[in-house]
Design a protein around this ligand. Sequence first.
Ligand code: M6R
Length: 624
Amino acid sequence: MCGIVGYVGGRPALDVVVEGLARLEYRGYDSAGVAVLADGKLATAKRAGKLVNLRGALAEEPPPAGTLGMGHTRWATHGPPNDRNAHPHVDCTGAVAVIHNGIIENFAELRAELEDSGHGLASDTDTEAVAHLLEDELKAVGGLAGTGGAGGGLAEAMRRVCRRLDGAFTLVAMHTGDPDLVVGARRNSPLVVGVGEGENFLASDVAAFIAHTRDAIELGQDQVVELRAGGVTITDFEGRPAEVQEYHVDWDVSAAEKGGYDYFMLKEIAEQPRAVADTLLGRIGADGRLRLDEMRIPDRELREVDKIIIVACGTSYHAGLIAKYAIEHWAGLPCEVELASEFRYRDPILSPATLVIAISQSGETMDALMAVRHAREQKAKLLGICNVNGSTLPRECDGVLYTHAGPEIAVASTKAFLTQLVAVYLIALYIAQVRGTKWGDEVFAMVQLLERMPEKVAKVLETMEPVRELARSLAGERCVLFLGRHVGFPVALEGALKLKELAYMHAEGFAAGELKHGPIALIEEGLPVVVIVPPRARDVLHDKIVSNIQEIRARGARTIVIAEDGDESVVPYADTLIGVPAVPTLLQPLVTTVPLQVFACELATAKGHDVDQPRNLAKSVTVE
Ligand code: M6R
């Protein structure tokens, strides 16, 4: 949800900022804008639509060169995505420019107050109110040379403004009067500092500056940062020096590039065997026992857990649904899975013996963070599963298990999902090991099977050409249904989500057994229905779904069946058969999801869609 870049140093700021925006465009692409400070004047440019429109405008009318700048790529909340509402926004004097990610919840009252006191607001955004508040607070602190905290008036004005704001925000501002200063502030939305030599960066995500530095500082809640070429000062909103966490980013710029693929999504699908392997790495001891010390929840506390609740959104929620089967089966604990956005607004029964697991690729999804805070208030133990080092979720949990998918840039989640599955399998097996609900050799046997999954996923990827062909042939369809049972049900939901978000088609996932309770009325001649068939070893489950396939086929459905290699029983009922390697039922989502990702990606591409940046979406949803 909105990408933010700030720069101060010796290079042409515009180049650094635009390059950073290109790496952050996945966060929102309703509009893009930049501000550069040159010769004591602010030059701004902004355009509705993708970054390419802004690039065109900058090429036609290049702003004067400066070494202080900031940029923004927007996912619209307040006001339609047009040039007027694009960031940066400026105050009445034109001296202060502001960009923002998040939502200022009390903006209507702030706006009314500003208008009453004579400010003219030119946009519909909540952001613009901040520019005018800064204008007023700068006067209150005596301007740039004012009374403020460490390092000058703009930072102190920012602290005073932040204390008046409700909601979630990352703000970055600059002022014509201080050509060596960018000020940032953060509450609930992400903001990272990139530490260079004689230059420093601010961004929503390290990807924006990874080409220049891999040294970063994670900003905490309610902190303000003053960024100068020679150094960085961080305080809380009261001006007290803040404790900060420095870290080194363990991937380089090539991980954030397409590497010869047409789309990031294609690259990320192809990276899945490695991502799965990396997520297993270092977690299995030489004796075959799992070691998850990084979880930071002592075994003694895990033994006391009497219930697990998983909270997550979107694809991560589907990983949570699959986790339920694994946790109940291996760890023998009751497990509920809840959409994070719903969890917060009901009265879940939690206690110190409840373990809440929040799953989030980005670690910044506001619904997930709010759910975690809700659980914290009720004294539950909190464990995060997260892919982004330095993000908010791990800071708010008692422990974290990182997935090692590397940066996921395409909006549609692929490799992050597979690694989330690996993480939940590891957690379920680890709890089984600690609580003794499975014998050591049973856990070991399953861990050994898990270790073979990268090779199985790679095998699936080798056989995807027929899936691509099928996808192209279905580009004219209006609706596709997905059916599954057991862990195949969340996979069906995931297949439908991928198709909706990429191909903009009506797609629904159903538990195959539920079909006869209503949805079977949707089946009509030629309707494509994808069915995920459990392994033959699960004979009852397997046979039941084979009956379901016959039921829909009898009513005219075009059946696309995903079943394990060699499963002859489905052959007579499959219009198209997609084989996947035989693996245990609980691990099957690791292989059955991949064809659905490829299917959605290819079908959307055939329809001419940009699969990396589907309409109306953003990668990281930092608003509720
Ligand atoms: O970063 P998160 O895992 O918290 O994101 C959750 C969802 O927004 C995300 O999975 C979304 O559903 C994906 N675009 C689906 O492909």
